[in-house]
Design a binder for this molecule. Structure first.
Ligand code: SF4
Length: 77
């Protein structure tokens, strides 16, 4: 899936980083770093993060399926 965080809207509440640490990471107090392409393994985490974001800053294109090589997020490389 492909995801986009509206960083103008994001208030750095870190709900997403707490619920989907594979995909979202807080850098310092307020800066959010995230992986724009996530695989099936992260689907549940991402769904929880989207639902939990208090300002609905996370948008996900669930239909965007990465090719297998990308899906694991670079495991073993
Ligand atoms: S939960 Fe929403 S507001 Fe909080 S850091 Fe994540 S995207 Fe930003």
């Amino acid at each position: 899936m492909r995801l986009v965080v509206d960083l103008n809207r994001c208030q750095g509440y870190a709900q997403c980083a707490f619920l989907a640490p594979d995909v979202f990471t807080m850098h310092g107090e307020e800066a959010l770093i995230y992986t724009p392409r996530a695989g099936e393994a992260q689907r549940e985490q991402v769904a929880r993060a989207v639902a939990a974001c208090p300002v609905q800053a996370v948008t996900v294109d669930w239909a965007d399926v990465p090719v297998a090589a990308e899906e694991a997020g670079g495991h073993g490389r």
